[in-house]
Write a protein that binds this ligand. Structure first.
Ligand SMILES: [Zn+2]
Length: 188
């Protein structure tokens, strides 16, 4: 039987960095199960106050807390770093003091609220997590979110231009635009 063989592109192709990245993505994609459901009012308030605080010259940050129902993470409260403490932000970094973190955790525990996401701004359109961002996290739970807003939060802020990161079992994972549209929902 003269069965024609198709060339096996996968084997013959020289492995590239791009294909290694694509492979890594496939491995991680199955790990993103959680959805982020944000009330529109909370979303707008957070972006507006981060932009206001940053005055287009420094980073600013906030923490969302709320409830976690199965794979659905639903923030209902926002706490801004600059209201929790002197956030000591400079143009490129920002910190929350240990004392402020502790006070916040106590408040949230008393209200039965869970940490849902950290949100912070970056100076330009680079919205990956920096090494400092990766190390300086407030929650390492799988499913926890970290949103990076470009241009110090200058409007318009489109979801698909933000860095939407979530904790997976293999560490931080940045959602693709398609995943963002599917997994991050702004509730009217
Ligand atoms: Zn950052």
């Amino acid at each position: 039987m003269g069965k024609e063989r198709k060339p096996n592109l996968r084997i013959s192709r020289i492995p590239s960095k791009a294909s290694a990245r694509a492979f890594e993505r496939v491995l991680q994609e199955g790990l993103v199960r959680s959805r982020l459901l944000v009330p529109a009012g909370l979303f707008e308030e957070t972006l507006a106050k981060l932009h206001q605080r940053g005055e287009e010259e420094r980073e600013s940050a906030a923490i969302w807390s709320g409830r976690i129902l199965g794979d659905d993470w639903e923030p209902s409260r926002v706490d801004f770093h600059h209201e929790l403490c002197d956030d000591r932000a400079t143009a490129l970094s920002l910190e929350l003091s240990e004392a402020a973190k502790f006070r916040l955790y106590q408040t949230l525990a008393a209200s039965q609220l869970r940490l849902v996401s950290l949100i912070h701004t970056h100076p330009q359109d680079w919205v990956d997590l920096s090494q400092i961002d990766r190390e300086n996290q407030i929650c390492s739970r799988v499913g926890f979110w970290s949103l990076v807003i470009p241009n110090y939060g200058r409007p318009p802020c489109l979801l698909t231009e933000m860095g939407i990161h979530t904790r997976t079992e293999k560490g931080w994972y940045r959602l693709t635009k398609a995943e963002t549209q599917r997994m991050v929902i702004i509730k009217e």
